[in-house]
Design a protein around this ligand. Structure first.
Ligand SMILES: [Zn+2]
Length: 195
């Protein structure tokens, strides 16, 4: 269920295929990851293929995917990444301004080529991670283009080699300054009390 690559700290946990059929897009990417240069990478490449339930649902981590929550509690990763996939119809739901008002979470930001970045569900962010941990959720298009695959591949490799949140934010600020400005603003709007 969980593949371990490398050893020692930092401990990173990547989860993909979190619900429904998104695993068809995301699982092959996570299975292709290699050992990080330092520390540990834990990969749960297919959390569940059961009928879709949002990670924003209160039951997601406790009932739908308790094995994911158990892994978070057991391994205490300081870097946690979820890789989701979306169909084009849902683009505006994920990135729209109303997301905060409707779902109480910041909207996703498009990084490049349809690859989106956002926060993980408040159901785990607040209770199971420290404010200093890096928790990031990426959404990639289903039936992704070559360009999308290149972008998400680069981002996965980046997070895989990061030693802490600062290294990630530094990279993103350099390479995606506009998007990072909005992402940080969104994050602080929701999790500002964590700082
Ligand atoms: Zn998903």
């Amino acid at each position: 269920m969980i593949e371990r690559l490398g050893s020692g700290s930092p401990v990173r946990l990547f989860a993909g295929g979190l619900h429904g059929d998104e695993w068809e897009t995301t699982t092959p990417l996570l299975e292709g990851l290699t050992q990080p240069l330092t520390g540990t990478l834990l990969v749960m490449s297919k959390v569940s293929g059961n009928e879709y339930l949002s990670t924003l649902d209160r039951d997601y981590y406790t009932h739908y995917a308790p094995h994911l929550l158990e892994a978070i509690k057991e391994y205490r990763p300081c870097i946690y990444l979820e890789l989701h996939s979306y169909s084009k119809d849902n683009f505006s739901i994920l990135t729209g301004d109303g997301r905060f008002e409707r779902h109480g979470v910041p909207a996703y930001i498009e990084i490049e080529a349809g690859v989106l970045m956002g926060s993980v569900s408040p159901h785990i962010r607040r209770d199971h991670f420290s404010p200093y941990d890096l928790c990031v959720s990426f959404e990639m298009p289903k039936r992704a283009s070559g360009q999308s695959l290149k972008v998400i591949g680069r981002l996965l490799d980046l997070v895989k080699e990061c030693r802490d949140r600062e290294a990630f934010v530094r990279y993103m600020k350099t390479h995606y300054p506009e998007q990072t400005k909005v992402a940080v603003r969104n994050y602080l709007r929701f999790y500002g009390d964590l700082y």
